[in-house]
Structure formats: C-alpha cells, structure tokens
Ligand binder design. Structure first.
Ligand code: PEP
Length: 253
C-alpha cells in the first residue's frame, strides 16, 4: 500500500449543544493533547452558535473546528444563512456539505452541494462532502450507482487532497445502530477511491475517505481497519468526550 493520508476523526454534533456543552470540547482537547487520538487529526463540528467559543478553547491546539453546512454565496440577502467566510471568521477550518439530513430536510440537490463545496474551498476551508445510499437503494443493488452519481455531480471544481474529504455515510446506518459489514464498507470505499482518482489523478490517493453511520467505541477499530477508510464522521457518539475519544482511540498505537 502507498503512504496513507493522516486519518481524520470528525464529530458532527448536529442540532445539539448549548454553552454548557463546551465542557466536552475542553475534555476532547485535553484528551487529544494527552495522545488519546494517536496519529489521527480530530475535528469537532458543533452547531454554528458554538463555533467561535469552541475555536477559542482549541486555539493553538491540534483540534480543528468545523461548520455543518454553509450557503453557496459569500454574502448577501439570505436571511438565516451562514457563509463559508463567516464560518472561517468564527474559527472553522472544515465545513460538512451534503449531509443526508440536509439533502432530506432541505431538499438539497447534488448541484447545490457542489456549489457549497466550491464556496468552502474558495474561502480556504476544507469541505467534508457526504455521500451515501438509502436502505431502498441498497436493497435494490443501486449503492455504487447512487454514490457514483453523487460524487460525479457534487464534485467541486478546484478540489484537491488538501481541500476535500469524502464521507461515505449510508443513510440507513445514520443514528440507527446499524452498520454495513466491513466487506460492504471496503467495496464502497474502493469504488470511491477509484472515482476520486479518476477525477483528481495521483492526488486522489491522498483524499481522506471517512466512514460514517453508527460508529461507536465498540466498532471503531474494526471499521477504521478497513482498507481505504481514513477515519470517521461521527454523529451521536461525538456528543460526549468519552465516546468520541473511545472512537479516536482506534488510531492509538
Ligand atoms: C452523521 O450524522 O454524520 C452520523 C454519522 O451519525 P451517527 O454517528 O449518529 O450515525
């Protein structure tokens, strides 16, 4: 195997977290400083209301802070929306785009996701682009076709291994406690690697491919050990430092 990119363990807090929850950020920061994530990079994507405070707590540490979504425009008449520049200004270095909950709850299309990813990259931030199939699509044998279309159509211009991370998140595994088998994850990640290398050439080998969907401390080592899995995007289990660091520990030693 060629040199693997540095793994990334990213927590997506979704619409969870108040100021009191910043104690979890501090606990994660201290655990990472003590070597709890081994060679992995750690990122926390709290709700937008906590980004500036979380970034302050993690200043001059190795923890990255991220947003969970952004608008495709830099600024303007878009009430309630947040631009990538604003997230950067608040201290974020990553932005999740195309999460299945955004695609479902806000009917986001691949084209919109691509525009958001391009805005993230244009702001000098890194996009975590989410793709994944529904239960029906998997049962109909359409997983690779769906994931392939999502990658093709939401692929941002100007992407590189430094500016883009791809997260494979089967929708049926998110928040359900269900996970694909390691063989199923390996099949999809090999397919994504192939697609990414087709789009980026040699640089595609350095794009980190995360697995997301019911990752927890008890299954992290097995899932992170799958070929072409370069880390995890974690929802529910990222809300406490204990569980999140239990997952990051897969990269210790
Ligand atoms: C997610 O929403 O990105 C996710 C992976 O959620 P969970 O870990 O809770 O399945």
């Amino acid at each position: 195997m060629t040199d693997r990119p540095r793994p990334l363990v990213a927590g997506n807090w979704k619409m969870n977290g108040l100021i009191a929850s910043l104690s979890e950020v501090s606990a994660i920061r201290d655990a990472v400083a003590a070597g709890g994530a081994g060679r992995a990079e750690v990122a926390i994507c709290p709700p937008a209301t906590l980004i500036a405070a979380a970034a302050g707590l993690c200043k001059d540490t190795k923890i990255a802070i991220g947003g969970q979504d952004c608008h495709a425009a830099r600024n303007g008449a878009h009430t309630g929306d947040i631009s990538a520049d604003m997230l950067k200004d608040a201290g974020a270095t990553y932005v999740i785009v195309g999460h299945s909950e955004r695609r479902t709850d806000h009917a986001e299309t691949n084209e919109q996701v691509r525009a958001k990813a391009e805005a993230v990259i244009a702001s000098g931030l890194k996009a975590i682009l989410c793709v994944g199939e529904s239960k029906n699509e998997r049962e109909a044998g359409k997983t690779l076709a769906v994931v392939g279309d999502q990658i093709e159509q939401s692929w941002p211009k100007g992407a590189s291994a430094k500016s883009l991370v791809v997260a494979y998140e089967p929708i049926w595994a998110i928040g359900t406690g269900l996970t694909p088998t390691p063989d199923d994850v390996a099949e999809v990640h090999a397919f994504i690697r192939h697609q990414v290398q087709r789009l980026l050439g040699a640089d595609g080998a350095g794009v980190r491919l995360l697995y997301g969907g019911s990752v927890k401390p008890s299954n992290a080592s097995e899932l992170m050990g799958v070929r072409d899995v370069d880390g995890a995007l974690v929802g529910g289990a990222s809300l406490t430092a204990k569980d999140f660091m239990g997952i990051a520990a897969a990269y210790k030693g």
